[in-house]
Design a protein around this ligand. Sequence first.
Ligand SMILES: [Zn+2]
Length: 327
Amino acid sequence: MPRATPLANPVPLGNSPAMSPPRNPNGFAHNPLDRSAHHRTDPDWIAQRLGDPSSLVVPFWRAMPLIVKLPDGRDTGWLRPSLLPSALAGEATLVFLGVEKDIAYFALDVSDMADPEREGPLAGLGRFEELRAIAPELHRAEASILAQAKSLIDWHARHRFCAQCGARTVLADAGYKRTCSACEAQHFPRTDPVVITLATREGRCLLGRGPKWPDGFFSALAGFVEPGETIEQAAAREIFEETQVRVENVRIFASQPWPYPSSLMIGCFAEAASEAITVDGIEIAEARWFDRASVAAALEGRSDVLRTPPPLAIAHQLLRVWIAEAG
Ligand SMILES: [Zn+2]
C-alpha cells in the first residue's frame, strides 16, 4: 500500500508477513516494523538515520499524532526529519520506532509547542487527532505503528522523575529507557496486561455495562492482571468480582496492544459454571446473558437493544469468533 507524506514522494509501506502475526484480527496488532533493538544503543547510527532524507518522523502533540489530509482520505503525518531541525536538536522526546524496507521511522513529542497546527514548522500541515478516533480510517499497519509510538511518548511524559529517588531522569536507548541523573536507576517502558473475557454457557454469553457507558452498550468483562497472578486466574477473578459468576476452562484467544496508555489486552474465552448474576455496582452497573441471535444483530448494527464495541476492539472479535464457532 502506498504511503504519502505532505512533503515527500509516496513511500511504499510493506506489510511484511514475517513481522505480522498471522490471523490476529485485532486493531493495533499489525505493526510491520523491524524494531531493530540493536540500533537503540548506537547513537551514531541513530544520528546518521536522523540525517538521512529517507527517514520519517511522526510528530505527537499532547499524545495525539499528526494526521494529514490526502486526496483519497486521511493518513499519518510522516515528515522528513529536515522539517523538524530545531525540535530534533533540542531536548524533545524522540523515539526510534523501527525499520521497514531500509526506512527508519521515529516519533517526536512536540507537546512543548503552544499551537503547532497554526504556528512554527508544522503549521498548516494537518491536525493532531486522537488515535482512537482516527484509527478506523487508517491502514491497520499505520494504526499499529502509531500505537507503539503513542505508548512510548506517553510513558516518557509521565516518567520524568525517578521512582526510586525522585531526581530527574533522562531519555536513553533511543527512547526505550530512562536513566536517573542521581542514583543511575534504569527505568523501562511498561506494558500492563489486561484480561478481557467472554464467558459463555449453553449458547449465551455474559456481557457487562460500565456505570458511565450509554444504555444498551455492553462488552466482555475486563480487568488488570494483578502481581503474582496468571492470566487464567485473573480472568476468573475479574468475572467473579464483577458478576459473582464462576468460570472455568479459560482459553486464551489473542492479544492486542491498547495504547491507553500502555495496556496489552489479552482476549480469553471461558466456560461459565454458574448463571446467577450479582453485579458489584462499581465497576459494572449491569450484566446480562445474551444469546447468539442478539449478539449477531448487534455486531451487524441492526439491534435496537444491544450495542457492542467496534471492530477495532478485541471484545468485538471475541464476539465475532463466538458467533462463527456456532456455525
Ligand atoms: Zn534515582
